[in-house]
Design a protein around this ligand. Structure first.
Ligand code: ZN
Length: 206
């Protein structure tokens, strides 16, 4: 079975519980002496077997790393791990999951070798919001419900608001540009500054 490691919980000794996003499941597996295995790291794509031995949590066995070239690039790995940690929280109460999440990570990991990581992450997030039916491209502020201005403040969940409706002053982005990005899920027309702004919003939580 293949999956992406999204979380690691340390237990006594060096045993761990590993959280993994596979094609159909969000798994929690037990691994003896897991901290000694350098393969087990958040963000890694791995092939593995599951051993059901009547215990509460099945064991993770025969782990093989399915590496990506960019994993030697610290910046790319850092961003990738942030995304996996966010997904780990997002999926924490689920067991069965649609294949969408695994495919999203698989494609994202391939894009990461060619594109800058902050762009890959916000594009992945726009796809996730669309899949979950949470993509909001209505021309109204989510706080006061009145029509948005030409510049909008983007908040958690990529929801748009008037800057003056927020408690704290925020950076803003051109509304049409942002909505086009949400529709196309491509960041090519956004500046690096705008991409960083959206990435910081994403890092607040998905
Ligand atoms: Zn408002």
């Amino acid at each position: 079975m293949q999956g992406f490691i999204s979380g690691i919980t340390k237990l006594k000794n060096e045993d761990i519980i590993v959280q993994i996003i596979t094609k159909t499941k969000f798994l929690h597996l037990y691994r003896f002496y897991g901290l000694r295995h350098s393969i087990i790291n958040i963000g890694r794509k791995v092939d593995f077997d599951i051993e059901y031995s009547g215990q509460f949590i099945p064991k993770m066995r025969n782990i093989v790393q399915l590496g990506f070239v960019w994993e030697n690039d610290y910046t790319r790995l850092y961003y990738w791990q942030q995304l996996l940690k966010l997904l780990n929280k997002h999926l924490r109460d689920t067991e069965e999951i649609p294949e969408f999440y695994f495919n999203l990570l698989n494609n994202g990991a391939l894009f990461l070798s060619k594109q800058s990581p902050n762009r890959v992450l916000i594009e992945i997030y726009a796809n996730l919001l669309a899949f979950e039916g949470r993509l909001n491209i209505e021309d109204s502020c989510f706080i006061c419900n009145k029509q948005l201005d030409s510049k909008v403040a983007v908040t958690r969940g990529f929801l748009c608001a008037h800057n003056h409706c927020l408690l704290e002053d925020s950076q803003t982005i051109d509304k049409d540009l942002f909505f086009d990005f949400l529709r196309d899920k491509r960041s090519v027309f956004l500046s690096n500054n705008e991409v960083d702004y959206l990435l910081n919003v994403l890092l607040l939580g998905i």
